[in-house]
Design a protein around this ligand. Structure first.
Ligand SMILES: [Ca+2]
Ligand SMILES: [Ca+2]
Ligand SMILES: [Zn+2]
Length: 541
């Protein structure tokens, strides 16, 4: 049976915010930049679903580590921490408190706490003029119009329903001209992406355009504060741990009910990371709420809900969701054929690839997609993407095995090395791919003999040829030298401690020497078999 859950748009629902005051902190007066800060976190809320109310940048302390805010700060003295269900942290006030409220839901499935509110379709930004002041739109991004069209994406990876800056660039600036000066009650920004393009990092400036020397379009490098703009808020919703994927909603407001009278807004956007090309946030909507305008009407839920099936493994320890919204016809196969493989093999993979203190993802989503081009499947975080077209053709052949491979990637979780070890070495890609293929072809489905070295592919038999060829090499070294090889390689890679020296330590030979020996062994076997066949042919004559 297919369980149809609530439509996506309802995920933005506000479910209340039962907070109380528990703490107060002051910081040294040597940081006058910070004027006011409140942080609220619901006690016991999982990191994947928290609300934060804060001005930013935020302090770096163990307390913030828990709710996952990244920024650097210096001294902070927490005077007291008293509990009544929540935490409140308030810093020395130097001028009127602008409040930044953040909702983050990492699961993308249900939202436990929502304090920002639903995106609006009747706010003052709907008819405003949006301009690209600086930076370049990505070729896959929607136009600026998607930021004020009263719509939000229906899933986590809809490039055209979002605006984002070009890959490899560091954000840019967006100007919003409201047409006339209005009293702004609140500004909300929404974003959604499964990876590091989910969090929001920006500075928000406003202007009434009336001061002398006003520049309506200052480029990066020009501080807007020097040309007629006022800094309203600094926003950074990146969590300390993880890539911050999921839905992010930010509200900038204050207790007075008006941030001031302004005509122009300038959103100075930074990328969330520069480890790869894809650090530019998927912004879905920017709402500007007029203090004297109509009450915001929310974007309503659509009728067609997602097609989801949830199940567990290992007595409820692991939770899985199959998302067949994009390929309803594949749900029956996924439920009957794929689910048992996932339930049996995810726990096996976890057991096969252990390391001290490591806990593999306990929530994994397997989603069919129609936008993956030639890629059969991929994995990132606790998410596995399955190319609908490729799966339809491979249901009876490689489909299940490819998911075993992707589940191995989820368990490998080598991205954590960069986060936990500042001196992390880079595990070569051939090994990252070779380990899942070793497990798949030699442990999950050895009977298919999908990773054999034959006369046909002997020429390509290089230890670092990746995927199934490396899988064959790993199997050979495992059998001949070290039964624990893959387990130990995984421990090193996950900790960011992989080096070529490990091969020598464990086998007495360099990886290149092992590669030669492995290839030689296959050559000898294949040539021997050929010679036998020829001898047989000759004697048969
Ligand atoms: Ca809107
Ligand atoms: Ca939109
Ligand atoms: Zn892979």
């Amino acid at each position: 049976m297919l369980a149809t859950t609530i439509p996506t748009l309802k995920r933005w629902a506000i479910l209340g915010c039962p907070f109380g005051t528990i703490g107060r902190a002051t910081r040294s007066m040597s940081q006058p930049r910070i004027h006011f800060m409140n942080v609220l976190i619901r006690r016991g809320a999982p990191e994947s679903s928290h609300s934060i109310i804060a001005s930013s940048p935020l302090p770096d302390s163990s307390f913030f580590a828990r709710i996952g805010i990244v920024d650097t700060y210096h001294s902070m003295r927490i005077q007291s921490l008293i509990v009544s269900g929540c935490l409140l942290l308030s810093l020395g006030v130097t001028h009127a408190g602008v409040r930044v409220t953040v909702d983050h839901d990492a699961t993308g499935a249900t939202l436990k706490v929502k304090s920002v509110g639903l995106p609006a379709n009747n706010d003052a930004a709907e008819k405003a003029r949006f301009t690209l002041v600086d930076g370049e739109r990505d070729q896959n991004s929607g136009e600026l119009a998607v930021l004020h069209d009263g719509r939000v994406p229906t899933e986590e990876d809809q490039p055209a329903a979002n605006f984002f800056f070009r890959a490899s660039t560091d954000g840019g600036r967006i100007g919003i001209d409201l047409g006339s000066v209005i009293s702004i009650r609140q500004i909300n920004t929404y974003s959604w992406h499964a990876g590091s393009r989910g969090p929001q990092v920006y500075k928000l400036f406003a202007s009434d355009a009336e001061s002398a020397g006003f520049n309506s379009a200052p480029k990066k490098g020009t501080d807007p504060a020097t040309c007629g703009w006022k800094l309203i808020a600094t926003v950074d919703t990146r969590p300390r741990n993880g890539n911050g994927g999921g839905q992010h909603a930010v509200a900038v407001s204050n207790d007075e009910g008006s941030l001031g009278r302004y005509r122009h807004l300038l959103v100075d956007i930074a990328r969330t990371e520069d480890r790869d090309a894809f650090g530019n946030t998927f912004y879905s909507e920017i709402d500007v709420i007029d203090a004297n305008g109509p009450a915001p009407t929310s974007i309503t839920a659509s009728d067609s809900g997602p097609i989801l099936k949830s199940f567990e493994a290992e007595g409820g320890k692991y939770h899985f969701t199959i998302d067949a919204t994009a390929a309803a016809d594949l749900m029956e196969w996924a439920d009957q054929e794929l689910r048992p493989v996932v339930q049996a093999w995810y726990p096996k993979l976890v057991a096969m690839l252990p390391s001290d203190g490591f806990e593999a993802a306990t929530n994994v989503t397997l989603r069919f997609r129609n936008d993956m081009g030639g890629t059969p499947a991929s994995a990132g975080g606790g998410r596995i993407n399955m190319n609908s077209g490729w799966f339809r053709k491979e249901l009876k052949r490689e489909a299940r095995g490819s998911v075993v491979h992707e589940m191995a990637h989820v368990v490998q979780d080598y991205g954590r090395a960069r986060r936990t070890n500042p001196n992390a070495t880079r595990t070569p890609g051939w090994l990252v791919e070779g380990i899942p293929d070793y497990i798949r072809w030699f442990l999950y489905e050895p009977e298919t003999k999908g990773a054999e070295i034959t006369e046909r592919n002997l020429g390509r038999a290089k230890y670092d040829a990746s995927y199934r060829i490396t899988g064959n090499f790993l199997n050979w070294v495992t059998v001949k030298y070290d039964g624990q090889l893959v387990r130990k390689l995984n421990v090193a890679a996950r900790a960011g401690k992989y080096t070529e020296q490990l091969w020598r330590d464990w086998t007495g030979k360099s990886v290149q020497e092992l590669g030669e020996e492995w290839k030689q062994a296959h050559e000898t076997r294949i040539n021997g078999a050929k010679a036998n066949t020829e001898t047989e042919k000759a004697s048969a004559k």
